[in-house]
Write a protein that binds this ligand. Structure first.
Ligand SMILES: C[S@@+](CC[C@H](N)C(=O)[O-])C[C@H]1O[C@@H](n2cnc3c(N)ncnc32)[C@H](O)[C@@H]1O
Length: 400
């Protein structure tokens, strides 16, 4: 290569880097790719192209270029870190964990690497290995809040109440309003609370919304909406279609999807705006709104002839206010289809999972106080919790 063409290549590379740093990705990519034809075996070029594709979320292409750059510079820790992150983004969790471990051999005391290794193990459900990685992070950076939060969560999952409480309290030390820590401390200490704080619901479901359908349907084998619909179809119920339905705590629309075709008009409400965004994308509801169930229902009169609450009463605890509001908002003869987790205690209780469980007796008596009578109730499994099935009841209640 002549000096002139080398200079020309360097200038073009500098120009591409400048465009790249200004997030002018398309223009930068064009120059990088042309340069690649002239100087294919250049690690820095492949690294930058990998970075550009990573930033534009084309993780497959990013990985190809990071891999080539890696072959050219196997000991480059920045490169290996990005390569591992990219593997993780692509769901290649085992490969990512391997890459992060390789990186630990090169730079043993890097909290970011240990934290990301912990994240891989956490997603792989290798809880004990995740705990070990996060603890190493805290040895290096004792105030690393994300690691502290994840340790609280993991000890909770591992049924290690003492450590879970310790880490939830540490979370509160740094973030006194952290709704998850506050709620989980209540759950683990058997506090008597009547409902789940709205802030906690919003935080949790806003963060679940992206992968909610896959996580619930595939991961947790959640089938409440489907089961409610097939039970309804099998039910000897005189009404088979409805004029106005309300899906309470509609989430991403799984229950609306099952019941929508039976209804001329269907409304979905939920506290989590991110869950609502997902439901909007599916186009199931005629009206959809971010709202709290009891507050929303209080503002309605004789409006609905069908109400659905799939896996939602588990977040409400005391059902009295819900039935009071629902009774005012529904027409005579309305049908209410809902699910609860079963409690072996007389009324309802907050489980260590942070969700409420209700006894069948409590649900039926509370419903009856407001004039609702069971046309059917079926005990079944609702979803998985780690390796166990969560038992619950599906109710069809008629307003008489
Ligand atoms: C487990 S998800 C179930 C979603 C949907 N019903 C389904 O079957 O897929 C529970 C939903 O209830 C919502 N939720 C819980 N408590 C609520 C409340 N008090 N008001 C409104 N939405 C609530 C949550 O935000 C979440 O989207």
């Amino acid at each position: 290569m002549s000096n002139h063409s080398r200079k020309d290549i360097e200038d073009r590379f500098t120009e591409a880097c400048e465009l790249h740093s200004r997030a002018e990705f398309i223009a930068a990519e064009k120059i990088y790719i042309r340069l690649l034809e002239q100087v294919p075996a250049t690690g820095m070029l492949h690294y930058n192209i990998g970075l550009l594709y990573y930033q534009t979320e084309d993780f497959k292409k990013a990985l190809v270029h990071y891999a080539t750059a890696r072959d050219l510079a196997p000991q480059d820790s920045d490169l290996l870190f990005n390569y591992a992150l990219c593997q993780k983004k692509l769901g290649q969790l085992r490969d990512a964990a391997l890459s992060f471990r390789e990186l630990i051999q090169i730079s043993p005391n890097d909290p970011d690497t240990l934290y990301n290794l912990g994240n891989c193990y956490k997603e792989l459900k290798e809880h004990k290995k995740a705990v070990k990685s996060y603890r190493l992070v805290l040895d290096l950076e004792p105030n690393h809040l994300p690691a502290i939060k994840n340790l609280a969560y993991l000890f909770h999952i591992l049924d290690d109440r003492e450590n879970a409480l310790d880490y939830y309290n540490r979370v509160l030390h740094f973030d006194p309003d952290n709704s998850q820590a506050i709620h989980m401390i209540s759950a683990l200490t058997g506090a008597h609370i009547n409902s789940t704080p709205s802030e906690y619901i919003k935080d949790i479901f806003n963060s679940y919304s992206e992968n909610f359908d896959e996580a619930l349907l595939d991961g947790l084998k959640y089938a409440v909406p489907e089961k409610l619909r097939s039970l309804f179809d099998a039910l000897d119920y005189p009404v088979k279609s409805f004029s106005r339905c309300i899906d309470l705590g509609c989430g991403t629309g799984l229950a609306g999807n099952e019941f929508g075709e039976l209804c001329k008009h269907i409304t979905g409400i939920d506290l989590s705006e991110k869950m609502i965004e997902k439901a909007v994308e599916k186009g199931i509801y005629d009206v959809i709104q971010v709202a709290e169930i009891t507050k929303f229902l209080k503002g309605k009169r004789d409006e609905y002839d069908l109400a659905v609450a799939a896996d939602v009463l588990t977040y409400l605890g005391d059902l009295d206010p819900v039935f009071a509001a629902l009774t005012g908002a529904t027409k005579k003869q309305a049908l209410f289809c809902c699910s609860t987790e079963n409690s072996d205690q007389p009324h309802f209780h907050l489980c260590t999972t942070g969700r409420f469980a209700h006894s069948q007796d409590y649900v039926l008596k509370t419903a009856a106080r407001y004039g609702w009578k069971a046309v059917n109730m079926t005990t079944t499994t609702l979803r998985k919790e780690e390796s166990d099935w969560v038992e619950g009841t599906l109710y069809f209640l008629n307003k008489i």
